[in-house]
Design a protein around this ligand. Structure first.
Ligand SMILES: *Cc1c(COP(=O)(O)O)cnc(C)c1O
Length: 394
């Protein structure tokens, strides 16, 4: 990027582009490649020694991959980024990069479900102990450290329940003990939170969500510091992971408009959250930008905005069939996993099936993604949903 601006919108627009290298074409082209030919033995040997810095083999990336990685690293304030074929692949590779048999890792009780599954079902199988902590623990995490603790994993806000973590306090504990920290920043990326600036070693983003932004590709990315880059890069190679060039292209294309989209998702999400707060069926709205959300003060301190994903907890006396009647007839809110696309979604969440530190006992949790539809239409869709719920109760 020629511009020296550090303003996120300018970086989002210009990073990872070199039109002059591509006939003036604005976007980097999609390079499909496995074999990369080298003209001489000397060139081949030089490439083999330098496989993460130049195009040497398809699995390690093409110019399309590098353009995406360069743009994400620039906007998140990282040294370099590594693209993965999914967000989950990025989470798993980053954990493995800093762990070996005999080590212990701490993860938040609100961690993304498949990461909990990976810790329990994979790490433990290979001799790494994993335990979970209250996401609101802050500096108190020091009391949970064992002599063999090596990794503090963070995710803020937490999946489905949206607790905001005290990242600087946890990072301070980690630094005092020389532990590696990594954070899943999918909710706020790429605009509203910059964890590397707070001293976290690796930032993980499921680019499937807001970066791709159109529900049509799976991508993950790990944004690294100078120190954390090689361990993660080597682990990605050892695992044989690879991000496909077409998907890197889509992710980079999505990144260009992520700023405007996220601000609109924020506006829509806030409007829906405030409307839902007034509903008699809703016991709680879990949205980091609302005053009563656990960790709201930390969100105010560390984030510059909120995205369009949040949850509501229904009154405990509302039974499942009434909730199902509400959800089955939604016209605009789709029901399905993932989020971060242009469209609104609604999905029952089940923290009660996962939580071990503080058992979750509450009414039905519904996770909403506020899409880009007309706000009044979305509210009307929810209102009709509550009417179906009420009809079922009557
Ligand atoms: C979706 C998600 C992931 C996994 O991303 P995929 O691209 O679906 O593999 C990881 N962390 C969080 C917080 C997510 O929401």
């Amino acid at each position: 990027m020629r511009s020296k601006s550090n303003k996120p919108d300018t970086i989002l627009t210009h990073a990872g582009r070199a039109p002059e290298a591509n006939h003036g074409v604005v976007n980097p082209p999609v390079y499909h490649a496995s074999t990369i030919l080298h003209p001489t033995v000397a060139a081949l040997e030089a490439a083999q020694k330098n496989r993460y810095n130049q195009v040497t083999y398809g699995r390690f990336g093409t110019p399309t991959t590098f353009a995406f990685e360069e743009a994400v690293a620039a906007v998140q304030g990282g040294h370099r980024a590594i693209a993965f074929g999914s967000g989950a692949a990025a989470c798993f590779a980053v954990l493995l990069a800093f762990l070996k048999a005999g080590d212990h890792a701490l993860l938040p009780d609100s961690v993304y479900g498949p990461v909990r599954g990976f810790a329990n079902g994979f790490l433990k199988r290979f001799g790494v102990a994993a335990s979970f902590y209250d996401p609101l623990i802050g500096a108190g995490i020091a009391d949970l450290l064992r002599p063999e603790t090596r990794v503090l994993y963070l995710e803020s806000p937490g999946s489905h329940t949206f607790e905001v973590q005290d990242v600087p306090a946890i990072v301070a504990v980690a630094k005092a003990r020389g532990l590696a920290t990594m954070i899943d920043n999918t909710w706020a990326a790429p605009l509203f939170f910059k964890p590397l600036a707070l001293g976290v070693d690796v930032e993980i983003i499921a680019a499937t969500k807001y970066i791709v932004g159109h529900s049509d590709a799976m991508m993950g990315v790990a944004v690294c510091t100078e120190q954390s880059f090689m361990p993660v890069r080597e682990m990605a190679s050892l695992l044989g992971t690879h991000a496909a060039p077409d998907d890197c292209y889509l992710a980079l294309r999505g990144l260009r408009t992520a700023g405007v989209r996220m601000r609109q998702h924020e506006k829509q999400g806030m409007a829906l959250a405030r409307w839902l707060q007034q509903r008699p069926e809703v016991a709680r709205v879990l949205h980091p930008a609302l005053e009563n959300c656990p960790g709201h003060a930390l969100w105010r301190r560390d984030f510059t905005g909120s995205s369009g994903l949040f949850s509501i907890v229904l009154r405990r006396d509302i039974p499942k069939p009434a909730v199902d009647a509400m959800l089955d007839g939604m016209e605009l809110f789709g029901m399905g996993a993932s989020w971060g696309g242009f469209e609104s979604l609604i999905l029952p969440g089940h923290p009660e099936r996962l939580r071990t530190v503080r058992p979750w006992q509450d009414g039905t949790l519904l996770r909403l993604h506020a899409g880009l539809e007309d706000q009044d239409d979305l509210i009307a869709d929810l209102e009709r949903g509550f009417a179906r719920l009420a009809a079922h109760l009557a």
